[in-house]
Design a protein around this ligand. Structure first.
Ligand code: IPM
Ligand code: MG
Length: 353
């Protein structure tokens, strides 16, 4: 198992350090894994002038899986767009064809009070958002800012081909088959042609999955339903931009964005694994960030890329135990619990592993 480790910026290095400690334990127990680290994001810009430099391109190309911390920071916001850390992230997704982004939002019973929603609304929550990751308005051409008739106009293109829609629909239907067999496809077909095609192709694909109950929802309603009655959802599938927004929203149902892992997969289950939160520059270097989303991303890596279900469960079980023992980083802290920092949380996970 060749794993490329890209710590990135902000809290990235601190949280990835804790995840690497978990990998070291697994290796000590006989798992055959190799790790190699590379530069990605702002740290890569500082060192090479580019967010996704050639050496990192070759590293990730030859790896089976990639562990990423987070990228970005305010000091890079004024750089030209091609040099911004976020662009490195978009490049790596596109160049490795990581079109299937899986973002589970699971509420751990111990954290029922950490959500800003009433605990009876979120108790037992277990949603999987399947977000298309290499198309849509994120990559569509033409795009730009230019002067037309004496004033600046900004424009982007929302575009999906039917093959792009079909392949992510298959992923979502298959994920639903392994769970509650309910799939909700989210679009804006009342206004946008691109998403009218989305709905048509998802309906066509559904004929191959008669055991999955397919529903459709407009994105504005989906945003509302996620806070009104989130437990109505099992698997949701949507395009890149709607998925970006809805997955942040869903993360807060679980109490903290610091708890949620993600997987971005290509056709052969090669994958990039990262917490869904960002680089949080305001708390970087202070040993307060929650490393659990990154550690849980390893569990997804073991499951999806390496088909090591028992290793995956071992990691998830260690995280559950840590929560039931009362260990909490600041983002999920409640009075009466044991407050720990980033490294302290890593210690607790290792002790339970
Ligand atoms: C995410 C992030 C990225 C995205 C940014 C950092 C480019 O918000 O992974 O959700 O928009 O996809
Ligand atoms: Mg996002």
């Amino acid at each position: 198992m060749k794993i490329a480790v890209l710590s990135g910026d902000g809290i990235g290095p601190e949280i990835v350090t804790q995840a690497v400690r978990v990998l070291d334990v697994l290796r000590g127990d006989g798992l055959k894994l190799e790790m190699e680290s590379g530069l990605m994001g702002g740290c890569a810009v500082d060192a090479t002038g580019e967010p996704f430099p050639e050496a990192t391109r070759s590293l990730v190309k030859h790896a089976d899986a990639i562990l990423l911390g987070a990228v970005g920071g305010p000091q890079y916001d004024s750089l030209p767009r091609p040099q911004r850390p976020e662009r490195g992230l978009l490049d790596i997704r596109k160049s490795l064809n990581l079109f299937a982004n899986l973002r589970p939002a699971v509420l751990y019973p111990e954290l029922a009070n950490a959500s800003t929603l009433k605990s009876e609304v979120v108790a037992g929550l277990d949603i999987l958002i399947v977000r298309e990751l290499t198309g849509d308005i994120y990559f569509g051409e033409p795009r730009g800012i230019e002067v037309r008739e004496g004033q600046r106009v900004g424009f982007n293109t929302m575009i999906y081909s039917e093959s792009e829609i079909r392949r992510i629909a298959h992923i979502a239907f298959q994920a639903a088959q392994k769970r509650g067999r309910k799939l909700c496809s989210v679009d804006k077909m009342n206004v946008l042609e691109c998403t009218q095609l989305w709905r048509e192709v998802v309906i066509e694909t559904s004929s191959e999955y008669p055991d999955v109950e397919l529903t459709h929802m407009l994105v504005d309603n989906a945003a509302m339903q996620l806070v009104r009655n989130p437990r109505q959802f099992d698997v949701m599938v949507t395009g890149n931009i709607f998925g970006d927004i809805l997955s942040d929203e869903a993360s807060m149902l679980t109490g903290s964005i610091g708890m949620l892992p993600s997987a971005s997969l290509d056709e052969n289950n090669k994958g990039l694994y990262e917490p869904i939160h960002g680089s949080a520059p305001d708390i970087a270097g202070k040993d307060v960030a929650n490393p659990l989303a990154t550690i849980l991303s390893l569990a997804m890596m073991m499951r999806y890329t390496f088909s090591q279900e028992s290793v995956s469960e071992r990691i998830e079980m260690a995280v559950k135990k840590v929560l039931s023992q009362g260990y909490r980083t600041s983002d999920i802290y409640e009075s009466g619990m044991r407050r720990v920092g980033t490294a302290g949380m890593g210690d607790a996970v290792l002790a339970n592993l």
